[in-house]
Design a protein around this ligand. Sequence first.
Ligand SMILES: *Cc1c(COP(=O)(O)O)cnc(C)c1O
Length: 367
Amino acid sequence: MSRRPDTASAVLTIDLAAIVSNWRLLKARVGRADCAAVVKADAYGLGAARVGPALAAAGCRHFFVAHLEEAVALKRHLPADASVFVLHGPTPGSEAEFVAHGVLPVLNSRPQIDAWRRLAHVLDRALAAIVQVDSGMARLGLDAHELRAVAADRQSLLGVRVAYVMSHLACAENQGHSANAAQRERFIAARRMLPMAPATLANSSGIFLGPDHHFDLVRPGAALYGVAPVTGAPNPMRPVVRLEGRVIQTREIAAGTPVGYGHAWQCGRPARIATVSVGYADGWLRGMGNRASAWFGGTELPLVGRVSMDTITLDASALPEHALVPGSMVELIGERQGVDAVAARCDTIGYEILTSLGGRYARSYVD
Ligand SMILES: *Cc1c(COP(=O)(O)O)cnc(C)c1O
């Protein structure tokens, strides 16, 4: 059963035109470099099957996901000349599936490189891939020892066509962090040890570190979806997401009436409570209990008590008696509070808010 936005319990509106405009803004910033789109985790929860084609229509030709399955699902929605790269590389034994589906791996380790080279040998043709080096994050990519071993062994990349040398920044959203320049220098040194190939380093935040971090291809994700790329600076990205939850029931409570699980909220005055049909199963994180807010028009409605699986309770005392009725919609993400502001209320980041958005919303795509 498809949910109609006018009667659905909650509505998630995704502005594809804003995503495209954000991609264009980033592309304009990087000048001659190419601008990819990172659409892992279903385009950060917003729907890769819709986001991918919208960006491809705008001219994007490089897409990154984390898993092979994501790549295979995405490819069906993209033009034949678009490249899809899998950040995690092949799990052992899955290499041939990459070739069968025309998906390109990021090779992160010596074993991944070896397996890719062996497949190239078996197929008797060169196979393209990205080679990632760890420039100072200790997560994925060849470490200094593996890099030296690969550089010393001329056979190690035989049959591997290195499409890009890649690395990833650990602290790029913090422009003053000394790790940014240090990683860039290590990346440049690593490139010299590998076959000559184009290079890719910057994520969303890395783009804003300036041209010397752009190299040949940038890989923004979060900024496409409206998340602020630079800590402590105004957000240049257009907001993408609007989330509204529907009021199921309202009630008047006497002073001292406990609200919700664990009786985690009690008010010293009479209050008006509105119960809204969004909970932690929808990605309205439990950590928001007694901390976040919703909005109705220009009025902030504090979330009181714990977040339940399917509901939250709001203190609507600031509104006149019949302003909220069953069926009213309150804003959870939107003009009054963007993704980053919501994240700040429960000590997380916009990335986690977006990727947590659940599967129960009526999704409405606008362009
Ligand atoms: C997720 C990811 C990106 C995109 O990062 P954002 O901060 O969302 O722009 C780029 N590169 C790698 C390797 C990633 O894992």
